[in-house]
Ligand binder design. Structure first.
Ligand code: NDP
Ligand code: PMR
Length: 400
């Protein structure tokens, strides 16, 4: 019975007003409130549509959450409920703040996990873990700078040398440059947002997946954090600039601004779009991993939208007015706000909850914090594009 499909008006993705797509145009204006001018704002009929949508949302996701919780595990996934003899080992990238830190804390506090906090700033991570009161015996900090492919390789080598099995990998770290006029670059000369959020994680996950295969833990999971703003089947995903990977000509050209464009679609640099594009790559990569590795390895591949954690360091580069207004806007108007603590519990659930063992899923949560399998946009679920992104990414990180 859980396989039944809800009528379309009951689905979360219907937060998007159908007629709205295509109406939004124009780039992110620094002077505008939360990135939209008042005239754009009124075009969205935002207040009334979101309030109406929220009513539907409460009804729909309750039902969907029940369906998700009872979804049977797919082929070969070992039963998650088996009692474990040892602590699980989980790597969390970007665990020095925001979602990553909250997740590391939630997992470490259970006493069932040894959390490897993979961070670019060692001292910041140590201080953050201490300030958060994480039990010392349940975490270590290891250096990882995703803006350097050498650093990714060194991290993997150091982890393998530690002799620990790897049970769960969480690709969480990200950067966001919404007001940058010019692109910045990783050590390898790749545009920074896609370089860190997608390509660094792509290499990390590719290098570690074989090691995960060898783990004797009752379940193994590889999680790549996605977002609503990369999904154009939602209201949030329709705020300009919208994610769009186009025909991938910029990615094929090396994303370095020397031989082509710094944007995946080959267009002019736009920091906000680069971030959203990188999130599309994250969600496509998760699905391509699922198609290539799940059956053979039994590893669960998953992505998620943890909710709008409007207070995190992700918005550090945004204008001060945005940082001031964004949290109350999300809290009282969209009602999409979640605290860092709550978001950490959600991601920790994707790491360890036996009911979230299905592979290839993009998880979301309803207003009662119940998980459900969400639908990705057309582009973020395009298998052909996922394959091409995978192949081009392999070339850029030196795997092909
Ligand atoms: P934060 O800025 O608080 O956390 C990002 C983390 O990534 C930090 O620990 C940061 O390290 C780390 N990081 C950045 N660059 C690198 C690098 N080169 N190498 C290693 N680590 C790096 O943001 P959030 O917690 O909000 O973001 C976490 C994830 O959640 C991201 O994937 C984001 O896309 C996603 N997300 C966030 C939403 C939100 O509303 N905030 C909504 C949906 C998804 P440092 O502390 O040193 O800066
Ligand atoms: Mg968005 C239900 C409505 C909703 C949700 C859940 C989000 C989430 N946002 C929504 C609506 C709107 N936002 C509306 C109507 C506007 C115009 C006023 C708006 C604007 C806006 C801006 C300018 N929102 C933003 C920005 C950002 O710079 C953030 C971004 O896009 O970062 C890439 C952002 C976000 N809104 C969200 C979420 C989760 C973000 C953080 C982005 C992310 O991590 O994906």
């Amino acid at each position: 019975p859980w396989l039944f499909r809800l009528p379309s008006f009951l689905r979360l993705s219907q937060l998007t007003k159908r007629g709205m797509q295509g109406k939004a145009n124009g780039g992110l204006k620094e002077s505008a409130f939360l990135g939209l001018s008042l005239s754009d704002h009124s075009k969205f009929e935002f207040g009334s549509s979101v309030l109406r949508s929220n009513k539907r949302l409460n009804l729909s996701v309750g039902i969907r959450a029940q369906t998700a919780a009872t979804t049977p595990a797919v082929t070969r996934a070992a039963p998650d409920t088996k009692k474990t003899l040892r602590k699980g080992n989980v790597i969390v990238t970007g665990a020095s703040s925001g979602l990553g830190l909250a997740t590391a804390k939630a997992l470490a506090e259970t006493g069932k996990w040894n959390v490897i906090m993979a961070c670019r700033d060692f001292l910041k991570a140590e201080r953050a873990a201490k300030a958060a009161g994480m039990p010392r015996e349940n975490y270590q900090v290891m250096h990882l700078d995703l803006a350097s492919l050498d650093s990714v390789r060194q991290f993997v080598e150091a982890f393998l040398q530690s002799g620990r099995p790897l049970d769960v990998l969480v690709c969480n770290a990200a950067v966001y440059y919404p007001t940058a006029k010019e692109p910045t670059y990783t050590a390898d000369g790749l545009e920074m947002s896609v370089g860190v959020n997608h390509l660094g994680h792509f290499l990390l996950a590719r290098l570690l997946v074989d090691h995960m295969k060898a783990s004797d833990y009752p379940f193994r999971r590889l999680i790549i954090v996605g977002s609503i703003t990369g999904n154009t089947n939602t209201l949030a995903g329709n705020i300009p600039p919208k994610a769009n990977l186009g025909d991938l000509r910029g990615l094929a050209g090396g994303l370095n601004g020397l031989s082509g464009s710094t944007m995946i679609d080959g267009g002019e640099f736009d920091g906000a779009k680069a971030y959203k594009d990188s999130k599309v790559c994250n969600m496509l990569t998760m699905q391509e991993f699922h198609r290539r590795f799940h059956e053979e390895t039994g590893i669960t591949f998953a992505s998620l939208y943890p909710g709008c954690i409007a207070t995190t360091g992700l918005f550090r580069e945004h204008i001060p007015l945005f940082r001031l207004l964004f949290p109350p806007f999300q809290k009282y108007i969209t009602k999409g706000f979640v605290s860092e603590e709550e978001s950490g519990k959600r991601l920790a659930q994707v790491v360890s909850d036996p009911s979230l063992s299905k592979s290839g899923v993009y998880w979301s949560w309803n207003s009662n914090s119940a998980s459900f399998e969400n639908q990705l946009s057309e582009e973020a679920s395009d298998a052909e594009k996922a394959k091409k992104v995978w192949e081009l990414s392999e070339k850029l990180v030196g795997l092909a």
